[in-house]
Design a protein around this ligand. Structure first.
Ligand code: GLA
Length: 689
């Protein structure tokens, strides 16, 4: 950058800073602070003439947008040829946004390598499982394990960090974009074999852990070990996924290590993940980041608050603190079967649902569609002509909402009495060996989550190895793979007085995806005082009766056996395949002040609702706000000033919610003893102000 330009830019930044900086009484200025609850959008200044930026930013400001995410696909603009960096335009974009009170999150552009790069270094292109090398023309064509690619990625990230690491209007970094596609090239395979050597030490250990005597799979050389993703030995399959997770982690760390030392500590570093996507273990990758963020798209149809809320809670569980919605749909997407739009009002309702689950930012993808490119049909906030789309006023209302509620929600976060355990190892293991093609581990998790959330109005989704003692109830819907360390943590939780509920297929596998010698639930058999005698895949549901009324078990049934006298049978199977008839379907056992329960049946909705009620009652779980009409979602967030309750009406009709005490209506003003919400209506209520 030439000197004159730099000083011109410096002046621009200075003037913009004057507009935003809070000036203290002593006349000192401090770094500007973005609003606590941020409305944002993905903005691609590189796709437009600079003369247009002002109009776009003014429209964003009018909508109450205070954040733009910029740059994540702009590599060819930032580095037009190898080693020739041009970030001046990005300086100007950040400064122009700041003039409109808009802060920037910078994306490193490594999900979209430029054509010169792939032409010069074809080995940086990823190879798919069938051996085809990717080409230029789309995005994400890079090989995540390739050392040359990592060199180039590191250099551009470093340039950006050195340039923007102290810019007061850059509040954070997004590394790459939606890690997803992996490579099956020869270099990656060698790295996998080296990874196996690190993990197992000797081939004897590996052969024993994977029982490779089966089908003559025994390895006598590390380089004999293949990559398998679907039909291989279960130990091999799980190892590949763990290698992929570690490789994404090191891919990310490669950039983190040059961003962190070059930027202010106030700038966070994140990446944007994809909800239930299970291409890698997110707990592995997230441990190095400051903040979790995900891209929340409904696709076809409407928001399912339980399934989507569980994905919010999953993301909150990565760092066990508030998170961001880095992308969400402005009405509709372009990639679903039928790209239906969310209803009028539903976009705002969804944003508040996310904030209720602990999102501190909701950012729309995208502001305006590029005039050409693969996503021309995707929803936006302004049209191709640059004028607001019909959704824009709803976003504007949201901007006004966030401005009103920001100070009340600042520093608050969800807190739950119930934890639902989630494990990528288990999800993968179940998917590789479903035994019933309809079996979906996420659906199983949500079937527990849904009624439990309706009762408790707040749930954490965490790992079995996380600290659990603060929870009254811990539910593990399908904890198929259980390591000894996690088993110890769970047993300790029960001994300390907690209630652990295991769902079907729990603890069938050890940490290498092999069968547990003790049967199910593996290391917890003794504590449970019972175990799974046999499992049966079902086409037709089986009747289940007992403590949860008369219901039906679907897809899978486990015949339970209680070996200890003090085990209580909660439910039994009715007449079905003969084997199951009259046998225990759910058992529970008190252990000191704690309790362990096992569900061998996947109950239908009515059965699940009754079971959730029993779980909550037995464990002393309370409802956060109090009973509300069906379809009204309650989201408590707690801070030093007490509780704030966000209420969203997802039912089809208007609903009135009685409140347990008089509360401040943060959006509408005034104090209320009850609140009436139209369909998709939102209320933010403060209990202590
Ligand atoms: C993903 C990507 C975005 C965009 C949207 C479209 O989330 O991160 O770049 O392609 O999908 O829905």
């Amino acid at each position: 950058m030439n000197r004159a330009r730099r000083s011109y830019l410096g002046l621009g930044i200075y003037l913009a800073a004057l507009l935003l900086l809070p000036i203290t009484l002593t006349g000192q200025t401090s770094v500007p602070q973005p609003p606590p609850i941020l409305l944002g959008t993905a903005w691609y200044p590189e796709q437009w003439a600079e003369s247009r930026w002002e109009a776009d930013l003014a429209l964003m400001q009018q909508a109450g947008i205070h954040m733009v995410r910029v740059g994540e696909f702009a590599w060819s603009r930032m580095e037009p040829s190898e080693g020739r960096y041009d970030l001046d335009w990005l300086d100007r974009a950040v400064a122009a946004a700041a003039k409109h009170e808009i802060y920037t999150v910078l994306g490193t552009p490594t999900a979209a390598p430029p054509a010169w790069l792939t032409q010069r270094y074809p080995d940086t292109l990823r190879v798919d499982e069938e051996g085809h090398r990717a080409e230029h023309g789309n995005r994400q064509q890079f090989n995540f394990a390739n050392s040359k690619y990592r060199d180039l990625a590191r250099k551009i990230a470093e340039q950006m960090a050195k340039h923007f690491g102290h810019n007061p209007f850059v509040i954070g970094w997004q590394i790459d974009n939606e890690y997803a596609d992996v490579s099956f090239d020869a270099e990656t395979k060698v790295q996998f074999q080296q990874w196996l050597k690190m993990r197992y030490g000797t081939l004897d250990h590996l052969n024993a852990a994977w029982t490779t005597s089966y089908w003559s799979q025994t390895y006598s050389d590390w380089n004999q070990i293949p990559i398998e993703t679907r039909y291989g030995n279960p130990g091999l399959l799980l190892s590949w996924k763990r290698f992929v997770s570690d490789t994404w982690r090191s891919y990310q760390k490669n950039q983190l290590d040059v961003i962190r030392p070059n930027c202010d500590s106030r700038q966070f570093i994140t990446t944007n993940t994809m909800g239930w996507f299970d291409g890698f273990d997110h707990y592995t990758v997230e441990q190095d980041l400051d903040l979790a963020a995900w891209d929340d798209y409904v696709g076809q149809g409407h928001l399912d608050p339980a399934k989507n809320g569980a994905a919010d809670d999953l993301t909150r569980g990565f760092k066990r603190k508030n998170f961001w919605i880095m992308e969400t749909q402005p009405g509709f997407v372009n990639w679903a079967g039928v790209n239906t739009s969310l209803d009028k009002g539903e976009v705002r309702a969804m944003a508040w649902h996310n904030v209720g689950h602990g999102a501190d930012t909701v950012s729309y993808w995208q502001w305006r569609s590029a005039l050409n490119g693969q996503e021309e049909y995707h929803g936006t906030l302004v049209g191709a002509d640059g004028t607001p789309v019909p959704l824009y006023p709803e976003i504007q209302q949201l901007g006004a909402d966030f401005a009103k509620a920001g100070s009340v929600l600042a520093g608050t976060s969800p807190k739950s009495e119930v934890a639902v355990l989630h494990s990528y190892d288990s999800r993968w293991a179940l998917q590789w060996q479903k035994h019933n093609r309809e079996y979906d581990p996420v659906a199983e998790l949500v079937s527990y989550y849904r009624p439990l959330r309706a009762i408790s109005q707040s749930i954490d989704v965490v790992q079995a190895s996380d600290p659990l003692t603060a929870y009254k109830l811990v539910v593990a819907p399908g904890l198929n793979v259980l390591s000894d360390t996690a088993a110890k943590n769970l047993a300790e939780y029960v001994r300390q007085g907690g209630h652990l509920v295991l769902g079907q297929r729990s603890a069938m596998k050890n940490d290498d995806n092999g069968l547990q010698l003790e049967g199910q639930p593996g290391p917890l058999v003794e504590l449970l005082g019972g175990r799974v005698e046999q499992y049966y895949a079902l086409v037709d549901p089986v009747p289940v009766t007992g403590r949860f009324g008369a219901s039906q078990g679907k897809l899978w049934a486990e015949l339970l056996n209680a070996s200890s006298q003090d085990v209580e049978v909660l439910a039994t199977y009715g007449k079905s395949n003969g084997w199951l008839d009259g046998k225990p379907a759910a058992i529970t056992r008190q252990v000191g002040k704690g309790r362990i329960t096992y569900f061998g049946a996947w109950l239908d909705d009515a059965g699940m609702a009754a079971a959730a009620k029993w779980m909550a009652q037995t464990s002393g779980v309370k409802t956060a706000l109090g009973p509300v009409p069906e379809g009204v979602e309650v989201y408590p967030r707690y801070g030093s000033n007490g509780a704030v309750y966000i209420l969203v009406n997802f039912s089809k009709t208007q609903q009135t919610v009685p409140l347990p005490s008089r509360m401040q209506d943060v959006l509408e003003g005034g104090a209320r003893q009850s609140v009436t919400l139209p369909r998709y209506g939102v209320a933010v209520l403060s209990a202590n102000r």
